[in-house]
Design a protein around this ligand. Structure first.
Ligand code: NDP
Length: 312
């Protein structure tokens, strides 16, 4: 196996990874960044990003991530295709295997592998993704203001996003597969007290309707098998996220949902020299701007760790 030695290895290419790369390369750490399975991360499946400061006219997600990448490369980040397939954090330098064939020995590792939204798995959901189907109400709710939308899910995320959408939209149908919600009591109360949210219990999505844009949703009642069609222009999926942390689980402390635990107020993990930023360690905010901010923290933490360890 080929072995390469680096000072700073960044795994993942969303806003967190590229921001870490911009800071690390400007600090002279000569970072190598592997882009992972989805170069550019979750923003590459969004259309317009209108809430990232500095883009007053909005920008499309893939273009924005290309800008981030070019900015990182401008200062010397070595951006590469490749997926981290295994790690060994048992001793310094840490070892990360890429594509099962190259081992990188890194004094610092910045993990920015993100999280992936869970989807229902319908063909219509994939086809209309970005054309009315979204997994992020905060990102895309604005496009459906004063319109009728549906949201699937019954956890805290779905409850939070339903109330967020209710502020913008005319009507929000919340589609719940059982006859109770998983969300915390306070969030459930908030949903139930919002007059323009209508909960449809015991129902699953049979199909999202529309050829090129969402025009409605067909629901199936799981108790009666009865079908029902509701006209909506937006369809939000909020059935959870999966943090991309699997390969780290033997070394890093994860919470019960698989998110990497960092020391509050820092990007430090339980292993010296290993830092985490972005959605792989954050289920609360999940925004491009907060991910970018935490990427900056990770690069600064890595730089300080190298200085304190006398690694030049
Ligand atoms: P959860 O796993 O808590 O909830 C997922 C929801 O989606 C469940 O209601 C589940 O239904 C439903 N679901 C899953 N698969 C399907 C499917 N195929 N069809 C229909 N419905 C489906 O995920 P969340 O993202 O809501 O929350 C993740 C964690 O983050 C939780 O611990 C949560 O408390 C936390 N969180 C906290 C917040 C806060 O404190 N402000 C905000 C957001 C999240 P079922 O109940 O039937 O299994």
């Amino acid at each position: 196996m080929e072995i390469e030695k680096v000072k700073c290895l960044i795994i993942g290419s969303g806003p967190a990874g590229y921001t870490a790369a911009i800071y690390a390369s400007r600090a002279g750490l000569n970072p190598v960044l592997y882009q992972g399975i989805q170069p550019g991360g979750q923003l590459t499946i969004t259309n317009d990003v209108e809430n990232y400061p500095g883009y007053p006219d909005g920008i499309n997600g893939p273009q924005m991530m290309d800008d981030f990448k070019r900015q990182a490369e401008r200062f010397g980040t070595d951006v590469r295709y490749g997926i981290a397939t295994a790690v060994d954090f048992s001793s310094q330098p840490h070892k990360v295997t890429i594509d099962d064939q190259t081992v990188i020995e890194a004094h610092t590792v910045i993990i920015s592998t993100g999280a992936s939204a869970k989807w229902l798995g319908l063909e219509s959901e994939a086809r209309l993704n970005g054309s009315g189907v979204s997994a992020c109400a905060v990102c895309d709710g604005f496009f459906y203001r004063k319109q009728d939308v549906a949201i699937v899910g019954a956890g805290d995320t779905a409850a939070e996003e339903a109330t967020y959408l209710a502020n913008l939209c005319n009507k929000v149908y919340m589609i719940i597969r059982r006859e109770e919600m998983r969300a915390s009591t306070i969030m459930q109360e908030r949903v139930k007290n919002t007059p323009n949210i209508e909960i449809i219990w015991n129902s699953v999505t049979d199909e999202i309707l529309g050829q090129h844009a969402v025009e409605g949703v067909r629901l199936r009642n799981v108790l009666t098998d009865e079908l029902q069609e509701i006209p909506v222009t937006g369809f939000f999926v909020a059935i959870g996220h999966q943090p991309n942390s699997d390969i780290f689980k033997d070394y890093l402390n994860l919470d019960e949902n698989g998110y990497i635990r960092t020391i509050p107020g820092t990007s430090k993990t339980n292993i010296d020299g290993v830092f985490a930023c972005g959605d792989v360690q954050d289920y609360t905010y999940r925004q491009a701007v907060t991910a970018a901010g935490s990427g900056c923290m990770a690069a600064l933490d890595a730089e300080r760790y190298l200085a304190a360890s006398n690694i030049h």
